[in-house]
Design a protein around this ligand. Sequence first.
Ligand code: PMP
Length: 376
Amino acid sequence: MNLPLYFDYASTTPVRSEVLDKMLPYFSTLYGNAGSNLHHYGWLAQEAIDLSRNQIADYFNVKPSSIIYTSGATESNNLAIKGYLKGKSKGHLITSTIEHKAVLEIFGQLENEGYAVTYLSPDEEGQITKDNLKSAIQIDTVLVSLMMVNNEIGTISDYVAFKNICDSHAICFHSDATQAIGKIQLDFTCLPHLMSFSGHKIYAPKGIGGLLVNNNINISPIFDGGGQERGIRSGTLPVPLIVGLGYAFTFIPEILSFEDSLLRFSHRIKEALLNSFKNNILINAKSPSNISSILSISVHGVHWEDLFNSLTTIAISNGSACNVKATNPSHVLTALGHPRDLALSTLRISLSYLTTEKDIDFLIHYLQEKLDKLLA
Ligand code: PMP
């Protein structure tokens, strides 16, 4: 057992060994630039990229040309939202208060530039409802951005309904699907017009991701350069990372088949903690339809610093690992109505197909022992 034991898979995942093996030659012997189209090295790089693009497109059941490689979901969100709006007259925009910072910060910037933005609030279970969306739509609404799975509380959004509502009003629908890919079975018949995803959440490397661009949607580049990726995203393509991303997609069906054990693990953790600490534990967004691999648990009656200082043998997050200012309470938990102290005393435990029964035994025992002391 490797200690501290890792329960932070929503933050990042290890690169799968088969994926790493596929990538390695592209760092050493197969080092061509796919843009060098006059020689063998360049051709091999281009072939590897074509294969990866097909692997991703096959998974989503879309045309390969709809996949644009980026450096990760942060860039994909920026490209989707800013690239869609660029050159158009300023319309009304809709997003939610529980988006990742990689979406919220973009809308904050757009507001500064004079766009009108409506921020939808979740209900007490952390859900943005379709009625909520419908009633926010205005005559000049041009773009809706609502995430598919929340990275802190694991809620799954009704993205199919959102897409249909947007279609019926001719509005572009973007979804940050970073935490959905490899965690939920997607409805491939009703994917968002623009969809962001990231390699390092699906056992591919950090620094690579993509944007799915539905064929009817026009995206302008947000920076200038050599015109790679159909002119939408310039920059020499990172061939080894792209090879890893495409290959990682081929393992998603296998990863999804672990759902039953993740559900069982998540039940075991919740049940054990509720049995022992009923008056001090709050399971956030506890609808059974949430993903089973993200558990958000707030603890009453202990200062958050004491809580996290004592949990040193397990690797977990407080809310979201993506927020560098750890002393700010999570905006997602605040949107659910949590006061600052409770939001700060929140554990995000995230599981993976790599998590074992033994890991769960250890985690439950460890949390019981530590919380017993802290709450005594
Ligand atoms: N969106 C969501 C929902 C995320 O969970 C993350 C990563 N924490 C990001 C965006 C940012 O992704 P990346 O690290 O690939 O930029």
